[in-house]
Design a protein around this ligand. Structure first.
Ligand code: CA
Ligand code: CA
Length: 421
């Protein structure tokens, strides 16, 4: 700014030589100050911090006060700053808002705030400490024999579970992982040192969580490991629909598909009078039981005999002596009128013999056990006898109830025991 007084002109009659008074134009002393409160703030990654700036006057002048603009420097990439208002005539205050991106690495940032106007500048610094409030994320992976295993599915082998932890971008980093295993979900409390192997059959819950260096703890997550190393079992019974012998699977752990199993092969034998049927029952964990059954059908008679059993890739087991015989009579409408089912297992004293007779007219089935003093159970409706496998052995029951427990429920267990023991 230049101030100039000029002597001279038409009315200059003072007789004094003309002269000039001038401001040499050097930088002025600022007539304003800048202060900020608080000068240090902290905020989580991705969140904002605010500061209050004061720009007071440092002079008693009331006219010719310049407009002061505010700016900030030193912002890392992605970090934004805004003033409200961005300029003003001192004295005034402004709110500075600084927002970091969620990926901003934790640590302390320093910014310079500059106020400028009227050819003068004033500046000050503020700091922002970026903190981590985001828990880390733990991921579980599993393998069976080196191949990927999908949690929640059944396998027939041991499962190796590996945990890994990742903290949020720019975060403090993973400090510790914990896990727990058991038949029910539980809070992870064992420090994770490396892969673990689950060997127990059934469902095992593997629960886990991690903590970062800022003390953020992840909420517990659980996955299920399901192991079934036990092959399924099978049972044979009369099929009222096809009037043939039908084979069903049963499995206590991973279960088998409901419904009868179709033979994988049927080979004629006894000069075409009978056939050898091979059945394979497979559970959800890929364990299997292969049965070879000889079936002979003639008119209203079906005879069957279990010849061999094979669990998984084990040896082929010759079945104990057994026989199944069904005889049926039909009504004119093709419905069962009568059905006689006879099943026998074993020889000599260990021989078991069960016969069941269904009569549609009475709508009941009479089941008899034993050759000596018979035990008898009368059941309403059609009850089907079952020739069931059990770890290589055979047994007889009906509709899923063991014969002994059926007798017990009928109050006949004493008689039953007397005849078999
Ligand atoms: Ca974190
Ligand atoms: Ca099984």
């Amino acid at each position: 700014m230049v101030f100039q007084l000029t002597d001279g002109g038409p009315s200059d009659d003072d007789g004094v030589a003309n002269g000039v008074i001038a401001d040499p134009g050097a930088p002025g002393v600022p007539i304003f100050a800048i202060s900020v409160s608080p000068s240090s703030q902290s905020a989580a990654q991705g969140l904002s911090a605010t500061y209050t700036l004061s720009v007071p006057l440092t002079t008693s002048l009331t006219v010719g006060i310049p407009t002061i603009s505010l700016s900030v420097s030193g912002l890392p990439t992605g970090t934004t700053a805004s003033f409200a208002p961005a300029s003003g005539t001192p004295p005034f205050t402004s709110t500075l808002t600084i927002t970091t991106p969620s990926s901003q690495p934790i640590g302390t940032l320093t910014f310079t705030i500059t106020a400028s106007g009227g050819g003068a500048t004033r500046s000050t610094t503020v700091t922002l400490t970026v903190i981590d409030i985001t828990p880390p994320t733990t991921t579980a992976m599993a393998t069976v024999d080196g191949a990927a295993y999908t949690f929640g599915t059944f396998t027939n082998k041991d499962v190796t579970v590996t945990l890994s932890c990742a903290d949020n971008p720019g975060g403090s980093g993973c400090k510790e992982m914990w896990l727990s295993t058991g038949p029910v979900p539980s809070t992870p409390s064992t420090p994770y040192k490396g892969p673990i192997t689950i060997t127990a059959e059934g469902t095992t819950f593997v629960c886990f969580r991690s903590q970062d260096y800022a003390g953020n703890v992840e909420s517990t997550k659980c996955v299920q490991v399901k192991i079934d190393k036990t092959p399924p079992e099978a049972f044979l019974q009369f099929d009222p629909a096809t009037k043939d012998v039908a084979v069903f699977g049963r499995d206590l752990l991973s279960s088998v598909s409901p419904g009868p199993v179709s033979p994988t092969s049927v080979v004629p034998t006894d000069e075409g009078k009978a056939e050898l049927r091979t059945y394979k029952v497979i559970d959800q964990a890929e364990n299997s039981l292969q049965l070879v059954v000889k079936v002979k059908k003639k008119g209203n008679e079906v005879k069957a005999q279990v010849l061999s059993l094979r669990y998984n890739d084990g040896p082929i087991l010759t079945a104990q002596r057994n026989s199944i015989k069904f005889e049926f009579a039909l009504n004119k409408d093709g419905m069962l009128k009568e059905l006689t089912q006879k099943m026998e297992i074993g020889t000599g004293k260990a021989k078991r013999q069960v016969e069941a007779k269904f009569e549609a007219k009475k709508n009941q089935t009479v089941i008899r056990e034993g050759a000596g003093p018979e035990t008898k159970v009368v059941k309403p409706g059609l009850v089907l006898l079952r020739m069931a496998t059990d770890k290589g052995m055979l047994s007889i029951d009906f509709d899923g109830i063991g014969f002994a427990s059926a007798l017990r429920s009928e109050g006949l267990i004493a008689t039953f025991s007397a005849t078999t023991c």
